[in-house]
Design a protein around this ligand. Sequence first.
Ligand code: PRP
Ligand code: URA
Length: 210
Amino acid sequence: MSDNLILVDHPLVQHKLTLMRDKACSTGKFRALLREISLFLGYEALRDLPLTTMNIETPLVEMEAPTLDGKKLVFVSILRAGNGLLDGVLELAPAARVGFIGLYRDPVTLHPVEYYKKLPANVQERPVILVDPMLATANSAIAAIDNVKAEGAVDIRFICLLAAPEGVAKMKEKHPDVRIFTAAVDERLNKKGYILPGLGDAGDRMFGTK
Ligand code: PRP
Ligand code: URA
């Protein structure tokens, strides 16, 4: 296993992922499960956030209690499928700033085509967590990370639901400083760049498109 990869193998996550992979899973159920899993993935990705303390009074005594330190987080959703993870991670960190990078994968070249970008200011001072359910060739993730690095981001994490070994290896080559948090690393990519066994096209399954 690559050292830039954190596998979130909690039994609840694995169970929910299996339900999502099943082609009989409805659009609504797929979205609901992805949101549920995003809470577990976000929990792991934010595990090392810095803490400080603040003085509070419990009903019994005063205490120095832990509280989050540092600048607000930035979540960056890679459109459109990234939005399936965004609501859940925002529930964990409601004050976070949010950016969007719109990319679609050209079906022939498998290279990402950018159609939208809006990022919060001062990403260089903040942990930046990109979210996208699928890391296949990693071309989309690499392009999105190139974008946030060009804006100065240095603390960068990537949350996905499923990864292909090819994508994990390419991320390690191009962005070795970026940790990947995923629920599973599947077997391989097929000739069309789809993850096997995978779950199909995440965006289509989530939004009911084809
Ligand atoms: C999917 C997925 C990733 C990308 C992964 O998006 O959400 O962004 O493919 O593939 P890669 O690792 O080979 O780049 P897609 O291009 O289908 O767009 P969508 O989110 O609008 O459905
Ligand atoms: N994008 C998807 O949505 N699914 C895959 O298997 C690969 C890329």
